[in-house]
Design a protein around this ligand. Structure first.
Ligand code: SF4
Length: 298
């Protein structure tokens, strides 16, 4: 199998040697605020329902908008370069193409289908360098238990959504992670197609049921529970933190009249050892439901 990374590198060398850049035929932005998008299957369903209701979120300061545009623009360039390289290598089948609708009001546009010895549906994600920590390893109880690389669950859902609309024409589904900072080598990670389709279909049906229930909207996301372990030979749970779901940090509705988020952006210590000399004796710094959640863990 040809490596997508090598194909891109060959194309860059070809351009550097004076080669002609491939011209892409790109569609206009396909974003429709009135539909459920396959790219947001792993997102917050309350935010999606608020958008479908036409609720207006917080205005972003101009500087933030400019920063976002810059980030998106940089991300697009990695996509375009990859499309061009695959076209140049005569391996591209389709890119930036809408899926054929299967559920009323659900839309999506996949990145690309390309061929080497088999067909691939690949979604490209440009990410910050430290995101590679999350796609690379699984930790349990502070110990690394699995060093196999795996795609993030919301990206798997997105790919599953595209696959649901494609029948059985794809041999391999992958997510490619490209480091915007240039520190890590891109990772092409396989996705289990059957599992991804089942999970995506459940997510789509859940969102459609919520849409049918409008104007009622789902509850805000619960706080994330973070567990922290001691450095003993056999690591022990040492403290438990709570903080608001990371998706709220990027949400236009966070702490507006439409959504009071659970928890704060900064992690709070909800339960901790009374002292290092008395491991397992706990002090709780939160009360009510929040205390109930952490008490169940310690
Ligand atoms: S602020 Fe958080 S819980 Fe509320 S809609 Fe946005 S992501 Fe969902």
């Amino acid at each position: 199998m040809d490596n997508i990374q090598h194909i891109r590198a060959d194309y860059i060398r070809y351009l550097n040697d004076g080669g002609q850049r491939v011209e892409l035929d790109l569609p206009k932005s396909g974003w429709n605020p009135d539909t459920i998008h396959l790219s947001e299957l792993g997102g917050c369903s309350r935010a999606i329902m608020l958008r479908l209701l036409g609720k207006k979120g917080r205005d972003k300061p101009q500087q933030t908008q400019d920063n976002d545009e810059l980030m998106w623009w940089a991300g697009y360039q990695f996509h375009y370069l990859t499309y061009e390289a695959l076209i140049h290598a005569e391996m591209m089948v389709r890119y930036e193409a809408p899926v054929v609708p299967k559920y009323d009001g659900v839309t999506g546009r996949f990145d690309m289908i390309w061929m080497d010895d088999v067909s691939h549906l690949t979604d490209i994600k440009t990410v910050r360098p430290n995101c590679f920590r999350y796609v690379e390893r699984t930790f349990i109880a502070g110990a690394e238990i699995d060093i196999k690389h795996h795609a993030k669950s919301d990206h798997v859902l997105q790919l599953g959504g595209y696959l649901l609309h494609m029948g059985s024409m794809i041999d391999k589904a992958d997510v490619e992670y490209i480091d915007r900072g240039g520190t890590n080598t891109p990772l092409l990670l396989p996705v289990d197609q059957e599992l991804a389709k089942v999970r995506a279909e459940a997510a789509i049906l859940g969102l459609l049921a919520q849409r049918d229930n409008l104007p009622e909207v789902p509850d805000p996301l619960p706080e994330e529970v973070k567990t922290h372990y001691s450095r003993h030979k056999v690591p022990l749970l040492k403290w438990v933190g709570l903080r608001r779901d990371w998706r709220c940090n990027y949400c236009q509705y966070a702490d507006t009249e439409h959504c009071k988020t659970n928890g704060s952006e900064d992690e709070v210590t909800a339960a901790e050892w009374i002292s290092d000399k008395r491991p397992g004796d706990w002090k709780f710094n939160v009360s009510g439901t929040r205390r109930g959640i952490v008490e169940g863990l310690v």
